[in-house]
Ligand binder design. Structure first.
Ligand code: KIV
Length: 271
């Protein structure tokens, strides 16, 4: 029997068991109640309320503008819909980099006000104190290495990270540090597949890849991208599982036509 049918609620311990027995972990983002309900019912193990909400939901160019209050709003909507998946929430830019007290305050607000199960933070050694402080309050932490979009102005580009030895070695050291601090999992974004394999073999905690090849212990995509709602975004790593842009466009165009033609509502649709 698969994990799907055996258990009611996914925990960080269950994700660890999945890695231990070689079962891949399925993850997607969600930012609102209706989408989270569908994603959860389909059997996803982990839902990330990503700060990609800044791009996908608010139309910003980067993840930097989204605020802690806005993340809590998205997260509490998701939590209300989810019965099975582990819900992880990004601590947004500017809410944890300052010092570890600020990180703890932000993480506690997310947990208390949204009801989520864990938080995610981008970075390695630079945010070690913050990670330790948040973990010491009993809040599970997911790390995020490789392409870290909150640092986009430092990188200057969304291209593949850690292709050179120096950056790859730093990533490996950061991954080991996050594990030692007590992170329950690490997202690896847009790094070479070979490096993902190496890191995933070195770590006992699960890795979750996006644009990082098949050897991560799990995979994550932004749900709007994989459903084809956001058609302009087409990186090589993205597999599109639906063309909702076309389906929604056609449905709405048909509705417009029906309203104009006084074909909607008909007598059966009226009281
Ligand atoms: O914000 C986000 O959606 C993320 C995933 C891409 C991992 O961090």
């Amino acid at each position: 029997m698969s994990v799907h049918t055996e258990i009611k609620r996914i925990t960080t311990h269950i994700l660890q068991e999945m890695k231990n027995r070689g079962e891949k972990i399925s993850c997607l983002t969600a930012y609102d109640y209706s989408m989270a309900r569908i994603v959860d019912a389909a059997g996803i193990d982990l839902i990330l309320v990503g700060d990609s909400a800044s791009n996908v939901m608010a139309g910003h160019e980067t993840t930097l503008p989204i605020t802690l209050d806005q993340m809590i709003y998205h997260a509490s909507s998701v939590v209300k819909a989810v019965k099975r998946a582990l819900v992880v929430v990004d601590i947004p830019f500017g809410s944890y980099q300052g010092n570890s007290s600020e990180a703890l305050r932000s993480a506690i607000r997310i947990m208390k006000e949204s009801g989520a199960h864990a938080v995610k933070m981008e970075g390695g050694a630079e945010i070690k104190e913050s990670i330790i402080r948040v973990l010491s309050a009993g809040i599970p932490v997911m790390g995020h290495l490789g392409l870290t979009p909150q640092s986009i102005y430092k990188f200057g580009t969304y291209s593949v990270r850690a292709k050179e030895e120096e950056e790859a070695n730093k990533l490996i050291a950061d991954a080991l540090l996050l594990q030692e601090c007590g992170a329950f999992s690490i997202v690896l974004e847009k790094i070479p597949a070979k490096l993902t394999k190496l890191v995933s073999e070195k770590l006992h905690i699960p890795t979750v890849g996006i644009g990082a090849g098949a050897d991560a212990d799990g995979q994550i995509l932004v749900v709007h991208d994989m459903l084809g709602i956001n058609k302009e975004f087409k990186p090589r790593f993205l597999r599109r599982y639906a063309d909702l842009d076309t389906i929604m466009h056609e449905a709405i165009a048909q509705y417009v036509q029906d309203v104009k033609a006084v074909d909607f509502p008909n007598t059966k649709e009226s009281y």
